[in-house]
Design a protein around this ligand. Structure first.
Ligand SMILES: [Zn+2]
Length: 299
């Protein structure tokens, strides 16, 4: 099995069965060995280049804790949002990604995705009443209508389209100058992943594809996506800007990509892995950080 993508590979046991065990949870919260990953909207609280793991009593009283799991030493690891005023150095996930270990990257992506969901889902989507965190932060329950809301993960397909010797790459206007990457877009309701790949390629570039094959996936907690990586073979339609999501889209030859004449996404992005898998070798680093891959909700 190939190494997981950045933001996957958390080393915790997620302790699913224990989430509903109130006595176990209370004991873990009271345990001085338990630790908390603290992250607010401004970033993750860090000690140098690692997330700073705080004891529960270092955080403000009454803070809502969400359980991430249990580490190899048997310690419970929680996450919490202490607010932007809480002291300590913070760093954003994109900034941290290149320096984190696989396990730390997975752990903070888990923490940030779950905290993002809580922050954006304070109210019941069914009746509008304030909802309450339950099961160690893995559901929110509405005390008025009883609806249980589960954490969202929004699937995004990302695909390298090629015809053997060339690949289609596009760029969004807010990316660093010269950066090109694989095409991407949100999966829509009532759509298979393969259908989403074909539709997004058609809408963004006018091209048609077949031989759509899954490669790997990447948690993308901005705020709560899962990138699903595919490779697809071009069949027809010269690439041209379609629905306005891309500023430019065109063919690149293997030589152009391998020579470094196009700026690719950094190694922490699944797009880079899809491109290099197709290329059959590593492409040169041409600089630039992890850009916000924000596929628009297509109309
Ligand atoms: Zn409700």
């Amino acid at each position: 099995l190939a190494a997981p993508n950045t933001f996957a590979g958390e080393a915790l046991d997620r302790a699913g069965p224990q989430r509903r065990d109130e006595a176990w949870l209370a004991a873990r919260v009271a345990d001085p060995e338990s630790r908390v990953v603290a992250a607010s909207e401004a970033g993750v609280v860090v000690a140098g280049e690692r997330p700073r793991l705080l004891a529960v009593d270092e955080l403000p009283d009454g803070l809502e804790l969400v359980l991430l799991g249990v580490d190899r030493d048997g310690r419970a690891i929680f996450a919490a949002d202490p607010g932007d005023a809480f002291p300590g150095e913070r760093r954003g996930l994109r900034d941290l990604a290149p320096v984190l270990s696989q396990a730390d990257g997975g752990m903070i992506a888990h923490a940030v995705a779950l905290l993002n969901w809580h922050r954006r889902h304070r109210f019941c989507a069914n009746c509008g009443a304030p909802s309450e965190s339950r099961e160690a932060g893995h559901i929110r329950r509405c005390p008025v209508c009883g609806t249980e809301h589960h954490p969202r993960t929004d699937p995004v397909v990302i695909m390298l389209v090629h015809d053997g010797d060339r690949a289609i790459l596009g760029r969004q206007a807010h990316w660093p100058p010269g950066r090109y990457s694989a095409l991407a877009g949100f999966v829509e309701p009532g759509e298979s992943l393969e259908e989403a790949v074909a539709r997004e390629v058609r809408e963004e570039t006018g091209a048609r594809v077949d031989e759509i094959a899954y490669r790997s996936s990447q948690p993308w907690p901005f705020p709560g996506s899962l990138m699903l990586g595919f490779i697809a073979r071009w069949t027809s339609g010269e690439p041209a800007i379609g629905d306005g999501e891309l500023e430019d889209v065109r063919w690149f030859t293997r030589e152009e990509i391998a020579s470094g004449s196009v700026k690719l996404p950094p190694r922490q992005a699944i797009a880079r892995r899809l491109i290099e898998d197709w290329l059959g070798r590593e492409a040169p680093d041409t600089g630039g950080g992890l850009a916000p891959n924000r596929p628009a909700r297509s109309s």
